[in-house]
Write a protein that binds this ligand. Structure first.
Ligand code: FDP
Length: 346
């Protein structure tokens, strides 16, 4: 029996037949008083992921490459697939009866559940298609999601404060990466688990149970094109990573895909550190707290890693705005500790 207590050994053949749905259902059965609402929420998320994966795979043929001509609240060009992914997530989740409020990178304000549908307890926030600038060049992109429970009183309409909760209050978080295969990765606080889509069956199957991030890695991931606008602390930290003075006499290797989900997925499996620091042009960096940094920070934490703004644990940051940005250092515990220590040196 493995540490999950589910009688599953770390052997791929032992997992065959364990769909995402079955895995979550079995775990929920162990929680006294669980209603099945959480399992249903994840069924809807997985369905949205399969629909988006199918479109991403056909994008070049289905006329889905390129932009819509619109700009989102972040001032970024909205790609056709951004819009498709956003609509798909809303359509799949609004009718399920598990969510009471949603928020998306692509939508200025919180997204209410239409009155014709029942409301559940969950607040869902997402970046429908992370890595938009990589869509047209066939580089992995992803969906990131964060799940909270509502804190406003029932009955009554959910409020903005239901979204503005710190990352440590998340009840679940995860991502779907549309790469050489499509993977669904999630945590609900009891480990981090990965599922790979078998497109011929149309199901996500358990492929990476109980993922643990190495305590340290050998890879750093940062957009070095921003070096001129970094603080001297950040510059010195990156110079140190590139200097062959480590225990094994080697420098860190650089890898930067430019899709947060894909860079994080590699960091989760292989260890190392991903960073999008603050700089002299963007005092809060680039990445969004609620639907990028906080969900990945929860995954990192439950895989044994860490996430920091450089001065504070990402999971402790109290959000002030829906689309708030935050500097991010994310990855192996030892590598994030090094980053925090070094970027704060003058
Ligand atoms: P993108 O602008 O392509 O959507 O969140 C946005 C994001 O990508 C992340 O996925 C990625 O890590 C980062 O921005 C890339 O930013 P830079 O191009 O500035 O490096």
């Amino acid at each position: 029996m493995d540490s999950s207590g589910h009688g599953m050994r770390n052997d791929r053949h032992e997992h065959y037949g364990w769909t995402l749905e079955r895995f979550i259902l079995e775990r929920q059965r162990e929680i006294p008083g669980a209603t099945g609402e959480f399992t249903q929420l994840f069924q809807q998320l997985a369905l949205a992921g399969k629909i988006i994966a199918s479109r991403v795979n056909q994008a070049g043929l289905a006329g889905l490459l390129g932009h819509t001509g619109k700009t989102n609240i972040q001032g970024e060009t909205v790609q056709k697939l951004d819009e498709f992914a956003n609509r798909t997530l809303i359509n799949c989740l609004e009718a399920g009866g598990q969510a009471c409020l949603m928020a998306s990178e692509e939508v200025d304000d919180p997204i209410p559940i239409p009155t014709r549908y029942p409301k559940g307890h969950y607040v869902l926030m997402f970046d429908p298609l992370d890595g938009s600038t990589n869509i047209d060049v066939n580089i992995p992109i992803g969906t990131i999601y964060s799940v909270h429970k509502r804190i406003s009183d029932v009955p009554g309409e959910p409020e903005l404060r239901d979204c503005l909760q710190p990352g440590k209050s998340q009840v679940a978080a995860g991502y779907i990466v549309y790469g050489s295969s499509t993977m669904f990765v999630y945590t609900a606080g009891d480990g981090v688990h990965g599922f790979t889509l078998d497109p011929s069956v149309g199901e996500f199957f358990l492929s990476h149970p109980d993922i643990k991030m190495p305590e340290r890695g050998k890879i750093y991931s940062v957009n070095e094109g921003n070096q001129a606008v970094w603080s001297s602390g950040v510059q010195k930290w990156v110079d140190w990573l590139k200097t062959p003075n480590k225990a094994d006499g080697k420098p860190y290797s650089g890898r930067y895909i430019g899709t947060l989900v894909a860079d994080f997925h590699r960091t989760l499996l292989k260890g190392g550190v991903f960073a999008y620091p603050a700089d002299s042009k963007n005092a809060s960096g680039k990445l969004r707290l609620l639907y990028e940094a906080a969900p990945l920070a929860l995954l990192a934490k439950h895989a044994g890693g860490a996430a920091s703004t450089g001065t504070q644990d990402i999971l402790d940051v109290q959000p002030q705005h829906l689309h708030q940005r935050v500097p991010l250092y994310l990855g192996s515990r030892g590598d994030v500790a090094d980053a925090v220590a070094r970027v704060n040196q003058s």
